[in-house]
Design a protein around this ligand. Structure first.
Ligand SMILES: [Fe+2]
Length: 143
């Protein structure tokens, strides 16, 4: 997946966070391909930390524009469990997963992010498009 303008959700900070997530997921994909389990544990740990901060930023932006975040919050929980499932599975096999399993994890990781940006974030995008691209509530620390 290339990070194109088509994947914009209409907000500079969230787009930049999505771009960073895309980078981190690509890194994880390379490590799954390489079977580098030590680097993979570290990359997943960093991703989890980054995701928690991103989820919070997104929730604060949604709150500031009056979106009911209940459903979206649920999709965040699903993403976190899916990531954990993949991490645990790859680590349990010490990185030596059969190719078809690796392919499956890689497809799932790509799909998770793509779906989250394109589908789960659609209601958010509709309202964000009515705001300035630089819109950011004071309590959002996104960089
Ligand atoms: Fe989200």
């Amino acid at each position: 997946m290339n990070f194109s303008k088509e994947l914009s959700v209409g907000n500079r900070f969230l787009d930049s966070e999505h771009r960073q997530l895309h980078k981190m997921i690509n890194e994880i994909i390379s490590l799954i391909e390489a079977g580098d389990v030590a680097a993979l544990s570290e990359a997943f740990a960093l991703l989890e930390i980054y995701l928690s901060a991103y989820f919070l930023d997104e929730e604060q932006i949604a709150h500031a524009i009056g979106i009911d975040f209940t459903r979206h919050r649920h999709t965040h929980q699903e993403i976190q469990s899916e990531l954990k499932r993949i991490k645990d599975a790859v680590i349990a096999k010490n990185g030596n997963c059969p190719e078809h399993e690796k392919d499956n994890y890689i497809d799932t990781l790509r799909y998770c992010l793509f779906k989250h940006i394109k589908e789960d974030s659609r209601p958010l995008k509709i309202l964000l498009d009515t705001q300035l691209y630089d819109f950011k509530p004071d309590n959002v620390t996104a960089v």
